[in-house]
Write a protein that binds this ligand. Structure first.
Ligand code: NAP
Length: 249
């Protein structure tokens, strides 16, 4: 399915690699201009920019740490100053700092919450007034199967991803009357740099829990996001869409 996003501007966080990269490329294919955020990997961000531009799309790179509210506010302002609007926000940036609770440092807990949860607050808050004024907008937050089920060694990550679910439902209630939808996607085990760090043994164990019998691709997730930001999804808000081959049902 291809949704027509021509004339729309999308801000995608963590767009330099993995799932964010696939989302940026897909939304550009559907016609949106892309503000591509990333933390530090300029080389990878430039690759995504080149891929989109080679297919005739428009991209602006907006490097910055989503956990910093002042930085995020500046980036959003830069995009709106240049392109005059912002229709779609995809809060995808995320990190892991896995460890058993007994061994997890306070810093590992704080960093994951700051990036994965406060980052979502920062970006959403920075676009809310504009989207309300525009009387329309689409916000999609990246949760996880781990936010639904929990996971050993991921108390920090699970807390952030479950927090995103509560945040999504609350923001959806606040913004629905202004035509702004807020939904979350909960991917399962997706083939990216984040999961490349897992041992083969852990991956094998996780595969046993996936009825579809395979890992997901970043494009599997991008397809769901493309639907949620399209006009076809205008009456869908506050929902958590699992893209996990049946892992969490
Ligand atoms: P990834 O391959 O590790 O890529 C992470 C992206 O986030 C990169 O673009 C990175 O930028 C960016 N990023 C990290 N910290 C940031 C910060 N403070 N500010 C701005 N950007 C930041 O991750 P992924 O697997 O694609 O995951 C994307 C999202 O999906 C995350 O929220 C993750 O939790 C979620 N998710 C992933 C899976 C999975 O199996 N992979 C499953 C469920 C949910 P740089 O390139 O500059 O570092």
């Amino acid at each position: 399915m291809s949704s027509n996003l021509s004339g729309k501007v999308a801000f995608v966080t963590g767009g330099s690699r993995g799932i964010g990269r696939a989302i940026a490329i897909r939304l550009a294919e559907d016609g949106a201009r892309i503000a591509l955020n990333f933390a530090s990997n300029s080389a990878k961000a430039e690759e995504v920019k080149a891929a989109i531009e080679s297919s005739g799309g428009e991209v602006m790179l907006v490097q910055g740490d989503v956990s910093n509210f002042a930085v995020v506010t500046e980036l959003i302002k830069k995009v709106v100053d240049a392109w005059g609007r912002l229709d779609i926000l995809v809060n995808n940036a995320g990190i892991t700092r896995d460890n058993l609770l007994l061994k997890m440092s306070e810093d590992d807990f704080d960093k994951v919450i700051a990036t994965n949860l406060k980052g979502v607050f920062n970006c959403t808050k920075a676009v809310t007034k504009l989207m309300m004024k525009q009387r329309g907008g689409r916000i999609v937050n990246m949760s996880s199967v781990v936010g639904l089920k929990g996971n050993i060694s991921q108390t920090n990550y699970a807390a952030a991803k479950a927090g995103i679910i509560g945040f999504t439902k609350s923001a959806a209630r606040e913004l629905a009357s202004r035509g702004v939808t807020v939904n979350a996607v909960a991917p399962g085990l997706i083939n990216t740099d984040m999961t490349a760090a897992l041992s083969e043994k852990v991956k094998e164990m996780m595969l046993q829990e996936i009825p579809a019998g395979r890992m997901g691709t970043p494009e599997d997730v991008a397809n769901a996001v493309a639907f949620l930001v399209s006009d076809q999804a205008a009456y869908i808000t506050g929902q958590i869409l699992s893209v996990d081959g049946g892992m969490a049902m």
